[in-house]
Design a protein around this ligand. Sequence first.
Ligand code: NAP
Length: 276
Amino acid sequence: MKVGFLGFGEVASTLSKGLLDQDVEVLTCVEGRSPRTVDLAKSAGVKLSQTPQEVARSSDILLSTVVPDQAVNVAKEVGKHVKGVYVDLNNVSPSTVKEALNHIESGKITDAAIMGSIKNGLKTPIIASGPGADIFAELNQYGMDIGVIGLETGQASALKMLRSAYTKGVSALLFETLYAAYQMDVDELLLGYLSQTEGSFFQESANSRLKSSAFHAKRRAQEMDEVLEFLSDYEDPLMTRATCEFFHLLPAKTGIIRKKPADYREMFRKVDYKGE
Ligand SMILES: NC(=O)c1ccc[n+]([C@@H]2O[C@H](COP(=O)([O-])OP(=O)(O)OC[C@H]3O[C@@H](n4cnc5c(N)ncnc54)[C@H](OP(=O)(O)O)[C@@H]3O)[C@@H](O)[C@H]2O)c1
């Protein structure tokens, strides 16, 4: 089995490590890429090809793990050279995935989405849809956790967007209500009452959501732009629009957060949240 990567950042280097341990052949091309990418590929010990087209021709499974705004460009570059299955793993909307996959003229296509932190390595849950999804899921025999959710491209990325609309919406609401409670010194009481309806793990998960919302606010804002555009095709997404605005404004309220805060109270102390 040969697995190729287009783009070799955090996702590609993490998955490669696990796949190489399972004796899967891994290849990429780093010609013209940044020193960080070259270092990641060299220290992972993957095979280096001269061109992305050569990677495409040599791979049974070819994963696009670039940055969201390059998903279409890299698909265009290799579109005529894919021999196996082309998998788009980027965090993009269903319409962007379809646009990228439309450039793949040979081989099979798959839309896939990472449903957790890639720090969990091969065990990170990934969902996939499209004609090549079953073949992509053959990587499960090497330790990956790929769930095939459907035959149509766009389904996996849609599910990821819908999940984001919900989880990030809840995080924004939680931030807003708990910050007011914190100023009144009733935040712990509020969390206690919410736990009665939301379950015993609520307090811990609320704390974790609030800290990472602030720490990753910029990335969340970009993701919410995509989610908002996607949902706007189906409805007038009032809540999602507010969540999107919330994450765009959050960095100005918290200031730059270089290290994840120990808890939500430490983060609130940094906030100059006047609501204007
Ligand atoms: N990290 C996560 O936990 C996570 C979770 C879910 C989804 N994702 C998605 O997975 C994708 C990859 O994420 P990542 O965290 O691995 O990103 P990353 O660490 O920023 O790496 C991106 C890689 O893509 C390369 N690249 C950029 N433009 C390219 C182009 N036109 N042609 C070839 N290579 C190109 C970059 O090379 P240079 O260094 O030369 O720019 C770099 O090697 C993203 O779309 C992201 O949204 C990531």
